[in-house]
Design a protein around this ligand. Structure first.
Ligand code: NAD
Length: 306
């Protein structure tokens, strides 16, 4: 089990904002050296300078890489650089992600490539490139310990309507991480894995809905009515989130210490997962996602049918 964080190294993707930034601060506060990855160079540089200014007395080292996690060759170059010049990360948090929504048949092939590229391929790249480095370090030193956390979502365990592109990407992260856990257990006791399933948390995630920043952009296209509605609903849900990214970071580090696999930010939302599982076992249709709040369902239907 991963017990002592001090002087170990954490690699965190999506480190410039929201959850990733809070994971980075938490890791620094525990005395970990940081390898930070984000596609937004300016924000990443700023985040790393901020963390450095707070923790410079402690002697932690911070290195940042401005990289798109969905880009296989950029990620391969980073992993090579880390292999050659940095300590192998003991903690890898594959967290970078973007939002997306709208009726599932309305997305273009570029939308699918963009959202699955960041949310799923980004995590795949982290797992396929850093796990072998970690296994190598574990083999060389029986005392070496490592842990991989992948950020999925409650949308990886549920199928809320009008956000299918995101649901598909996060169900992929769930399957990937459960299998990673099983595969690691076949070959080592020194490295394990967890999956983080946040519900709505106030971060900048809604800003990536149509890729307003341009960094993950596909070709320009018009936005559909269902996508506009999806964005408004996401804005409202994210902005009214009651659990902060910093609180979730604390929960994640505690879970890593306890080798806890499933990490939930809002355990009350699990009742919806139970209902979905029961429907599967009883061979029933997927449960009504608006059963407890029918007014929201009615409003969504009438907006989409207008
Ligand atoms: N905030 C929520 O309500 C919520 C809920 C469930 C899951 N999540 C997941 O949490 C993770 C973190 O999101 P957040 O809420 O902190 O959002 P955020 O937008 O505040 O942070 C995401 C970070 O990922 C970076 N990023 C985006 N595309 C990238 C790419 N191609 N390569 C490298 N970095 C990239 C962004 O620049 C940003 O710094 C995501 O995987 C998201 O899907 C968030």
């Amino acid at each position: 089990m991963f017990k002592d964080f001090k002087n170990k190294t954490a690699l965190i993707t999506g480190a410039a904002s929201g959850l990733g930034l809070e994971f980075s601060k938490k890791a620094a506060s525990l005395g970990m050296h940081l390898l930070l990855i984000d596609v937004h160079e300016d924000r990443l540089k700023q985040a790393s300078q901020e963390i450095e200014s707070v923790y410079k007395q402690t002697g932690i080292r911070i290195k940042y890489f401005s990289v798109d996690v969905s880009n296989c060759s950029e990620m391969e170059s980073v992993s090579q650089e880390i292999f050659k010049h940095h300590p192998t990360p003991n903690l890898v948090i594959n967290n970078a992600g973007i939002s997306g929504g709208g009726l599932i048949w309305e997305h273009t092939s570029q939308d699918w490539e963009r959202v699955l590229g960041v949310n799923l391929m980004g995590v795949i790249n982290g797992v396929r490139l850093f796990t072998p480095l970690m296994l190598k370090a574990a083999k060389l030193d029986p005392a070496w310990r490592g842990h991989i956390v992948n950020t999925a979502s409650m949308a990886g365990l549920l199928t809320p309507p009008n956000m299918g592109i995101y649901n598909v990407s996060k169900h992929g992260v769930m399957a990937l991480t459960e299998t990673l856990f099983q595969d690691l257990a076949l070959v080592t006791e020194q490295i394990s894995a967890s999956v983080l399933c946040p519900y709505f948390v106030p971060t900048s995630i809604n800003q990536s809905f149509y890729d307003s920043t341009g960094v993950n952009a596909g070709p320009e296209k018009s936005v559909t009515q269902s996508q506009l509605i999806g964005k408004q609903m996401l804005d409202k849900a994210v902005n009214s989130g009651k659990v902060s990214a910093a609180e979730i970071a604390a929960v994640v580090f505690e879970a890593v210490e306890n080798n806890q696999f499933y990490i939930f930010s809002h355990p009350h939302a699990l009742e919806n997962v139970r209902e979905r599982m029961v429907a599967i076992l009883d061979n029933k249709q997927p449960p009504d996602p608006f059963a407890k709040r029918p007014q929201i369902g009615l409003e969504l239907k009438s907006a989409l049918r207008a």
